[in-house]
Design a protein around this ligand. Sequence first.
Ligand code: ZN
Ligand code: ZN
Length: 137
Amino acid sequence: MSEEQREGGCLCGQVRYKVAWPPLQVMTCQCTHCQKQSGSAISVIAMVRKADLELTGELTSYTDAGDSGNALERQFCGQCGSPLISVILAMDAQGMTFIKAGTLDDTSGLAPTVHLWTQSAQDWMILPEAGAKVPRQ
Ligand SMILES: [Zn+2]
Ligand SMILES: [Zn+2]
């Protein structure tokens, strides 16, 4: 684990985590499934090594085929419903996992470099100039 860490957790505090900082990559996802799960326009996700993530508390899991057809497990707090982790099975095999970055206690300096599923972005959404745009996956 690298020395710099950030902490985060769900709304009710039942699930807490510590993660090495900075993450490998920060992305947004505008897919319809992320919109449903978050109840929001986008999800902001940070890719981290599983080995760099320490979780406490109990996660509930929903297996989702994903807009892309890639299997993923959406893990959330069963008590307050906050989405916390997306386990994309193909990436999990490579030791990577994805944190819903809005659950960090300190969200400063998050700078997404990739915007996924821009074709299903809500029509008022204005994406920043910076960062790759991927219409679909
Ligand atoms: Zn909770
Ligand atoms: Zn998504």
